[in-house]
Design a binder for this molecule. Structure first.
Ligand code: CDP
Ligand code: MG
Length: 727
């Protein structure tokens, strides 16, 4: 194992920066928190709660929330913003009268972990007073839940859920009163942890709901720009808006952290392989530094697994390592039992090494971390509106992230952070903040949600970070072609409103809606459930051949979608057996998730008035329903012109597997994981594109091109190519 060479950084020892301007700073003494402390807290965990930095600001926070529509709370990760503030609000009566304190978290894992922590602190059963909702999993009790944790996406849906149904049923009689209705239904005090899109929406909602409170909490960086955003957006308030009782200008409260100094170390020379470098750094910390857990930031499951494998090999060779280190992965798709290990206290005499994605950067807190190893990279989603490809890309992190990561080391006592990049790189090349998510995401789902909330002028919408116009246009175009938006870019009735109700990509929603007329909703819901999880197969490393053979047992000539139906049928016939999954190289956990998601989709479908019906093996109906949602993803095999000269020798001249998309004439290939790989039918539609060395179509299905014009005459008429459907 190569040794790493380090030099200490010349950064100021305090790594967390103060915000400048716009920040109202409350000295702890102003808050007189101690006088009221005895009234609150839950005996067993009470003193732990009181030690958190936000505790000193309890009264100040409650005062600001009382008097301001929006409060921005800045404080470093672990200071208690997420777990404490909802409890303070509840204690102060904000959840009385059946109202709910909602708190969003950016990730599902964060939602679950924080909800169970708060339930534990309040000594209540999770799912009663404290609950959580993530997509496809609702652990709340509407009659009892007062504090509810949820993802941004779920909150958006909740906002529009009930009003939409009402709107849909009475769409004519309400007319322009619709909007009022939506805002009135929202009985929530909102607590929004990441200033993402949800914050802007809530600001719009607040104009109609003066009693609604919004708290945005953040770990330093964005506070100033958020504050500016809420102040400048006042100018858009029209005469029809209600008078605000609370002050409109947001209050900004900076919660003084209790972080200890963190010494930064940089590598002397750039590293060539950060997984290797991570491992050797962990080993040298273990060898030379006193007790304390290590938190490593890598990018994703692949490199986390690789690092764990390397550490296991080292442990095999050394007793000191094998008896002293507990190495654990942390990423969002980790099974619950393994998550719990990460959060459980380190046994005496051992050292925990948690190897994580950037999920541990801001939204999760691990106790006992003294050393941080920062690879300098994270996986980030980037969307290219021209090719319509969403890719998770390993990209350099920003200075803001690097500081956050380092801060994780100073929670219990002075710590050390080892950056696997040079100081010159940090100072001169690393960008100061990252690109906002809004500017690197696909916008279809977001646009449909905005529309459903009655925000029609999305091009003029007051975004804190405007998304690129191409992405916006692309989204509008897709929604229009699906018949979700009309000529005036308003949601159509009923398709548009119904599609907005289904918590999936609008293309899938359209496919489900179409299955109603085609009499194959049972099958289509199965397909939708399987498409919404990453993969139902075990990962192919080392067992590629066996996996391919297993797939063949289910493979349908029509492609992956129909293959999924065979798989699902087999799983049911096996009595949902885990052995059966094992034997067929199928991921049992994933199949269980499919059953759960399917059940949810069934309920949603019933609510929308879809008749649940099986086509009893009429696969044509299924394929047409898939086409009705995914016609925009059609592509055609490029066949050499020689075929027309020598039609009899078709095989000899045929093709090299290259397809061109009908919409943009992009070169694409069938993904090796597809049952149609190497089969190369002439016409296919695909579920999504991934790009590696080439652009690949994942989940492909054969079609008859005449279905395309049938499904979306407008879309294909307007294409520039004169006759894209020509045989
Ligand atoms: O939101 P913020 O980053 O300010 O902190 P938090 O998530 O409210 O965490 C406050 C404290 O609660 C942490 O320092 C942990 O000690 C504890 N906590 C925990 O033990 N388990 C969790 N799942 C979440 C928080
Ligand atoms: Mg938090």
């Amino acid at each position: 194992m190569p040794q790493q060479f380090w030099k200490p950084g010349t950064d100021k020892p305090r790594i967390l920066e103060d915000e400048e301007g716009g920040v109202v700073f409350f000295a702890p003494s102003l808050s007189s928190a101690s006088s009221s402390s005895s009234r609150f807290g839950y005996a067993s965990i009470g003193s732990q709660r009181q030690r958190l930095p936000v505790y000193k600001y309890r009264t100040a926070i409650l005062y600001l929330v009382e008097t301001h529509a929006t409060t921005i709370i800045v404080g470093e990760t672990g200071s208690g913003k997420t777990t404490q503030i909802p409890q303070y609000l509840k204690e102060a009566g904000w959840a009385d009268g059946g109202r709910v304190i909602a708190c969003t978290q950016p990730r599902r894992l964060a939602v679950q972990s924080v909800a169970s922590r708060v339930a534990e602190e309040m000594d209540v059963k999770l799912g009663e007073e404290v609950g959580y909702t993530i997509r496809f999993e609702d652990v709340t009790n509407p009659a009892a839940t007062m504090i509810k944790f949820l993802t941004d996406g779920v909150l958006l849906r909740e906002i529009m859920d009930d009003p939409l149904l009402t709107k849909y049923r009475y769409v004519d009689s309400f007319g322009s009163k619709n909007l009022e209705l939506i805002w009135k239904k929202l009985e929530m005090v909102l607590f929004c942890v990441f200033p993402g899109m949800v914050a802007d929406l809530l600001e719009h909602i607040q104009r109609r709901r003066p009693e609604l409170r919004l708290i945005i909490s953040s770990a330093t960086i964005e506070a100033k720009s958020m504050s500016d955003f809420f102040q400048t957006s006042k100018k858009h308030r029209g005469p029809e808006d209600h008078e605000f009782v609370p002050r409109k200008v947001p209050a900004v409260l900076s919660v003084e952290g209790r972080g200890f100094n963190v010494q930064i170390h940089y590598v002397v020379e750039p590293v060539s392989d950060y997984v290797q470098a991570t491992v050797s750094t962990v080993l040298s910390i273990h060898d030379q530094e006193p007790a304390g857990d290590i938190l490593v930031f890598l990018t994703g499951q692949d490199d986390i697994d690789a690092a764990i494998q390397l550490l296991a090999e080292e442990a095999h060779a050394s007793r000191k390592i094998s008896s002293g280190l507990i190495v654990l992965p942390l990423y969002s798709s980790l099974p619950r039992a393994e998550q719990d290990l990460v959060f459980s206290p380190t046994p005496r005499g051992k050292r925990k090494v948690v190897i994580s994605t950037n999920i541990a950067e801001t939204s999760l807190t691990l106790e006992g971390v003294v050393y941080v190893v920062d690879s300098g990279f994270s996986k980030q989603q980037f969307y290219n509106p021209i090719s319509d490809i969403e890719n998770l890309v390993v990209a350099p992190i920003s200075k803001a992230s690097a500081r956050q990561r380092a801060g994780r080391a100073g929670r219990v006592r002075p710590g050390k952070c080892y950056r696997l990049y040079t100081e010159e790189y940090f100072v001169n090349e690393m960008s100061s903040v990252g690109i906002p998510e809004m500017q690197r995401s696909k916008l279809v789902s977001c646009v449909i949600q905005l529309k459903a909330l009655g925000i029609d002028n999305i091009l003029g919408f007051d975004w804190p970070a405007s998304p690129p116009p191409e992405a916006m246009i692309r989204a509008l175009e897709v929604l229009y072609s699906l018949g979700v938006l009309d000529d005036d870019a308003k949601l159509t009735s009923p398709v548009g409103f119904q599609a907005a109700e289904i918590p999936l990509d609008p293309m899938i929603s359209k496919m489900i809606l179409s299955s109603n007329q085609l009499g194959c909703s049972e099958e289509i819901i199965t397909i939708a459930a399987i498409l919404s999880i990453q993969s139902i197969w075990v990962s192919g490393k080392g067992v590629q051949k066996e996996l391919d053979e297993a797939k063949l047992r289910f493979a349908a000539a029509e492609g992956d979608h129909v293959t999924f139906l065979n798989v699902y049928k087999g799983f049911l016939q096996s009595g949902k057996s885990s052995q059966w999954c094992h034997k067929n190289y199928m991921n049992y956990q994933a199949m269980k998730k499919v059953i759960e998601i399917r059940e949810q989709l069934r309920r949603t479908a019933l609510r929308l008035g879809i008749v649940l019906r099986s086509c009893e093996g009429d696969i044509l109906a299924v394929r047409k329903a898939v086409t009705a949602g995914f016609f925009a993803n059609a592509s055609r095999l490029e066949v050499s012109d020689l075929i027309f000269l020598f039609p009899a020798r078709l095989e000899a001249f045929s093709h090299n597997g290259m397809y061109k998309t009908v919409r943009g004439s992009q070169e694409v290939y069938i993904h090796p994981s597809s049952v149609l790989f190497r089969v190369n039918p002439k016409w296919v539609i695909y579920h999504s594109l991934v790009s590696t060395d080439r652009q690949y179509m994942r989940n492909a299905m054969t079609i008859d091109p005449s279905w395309l014009t049938e499904a979306a005459p407008h879309f294909f008429q307007n294409l520039r190519r004169p006759d894209p459907i020509a045989h």
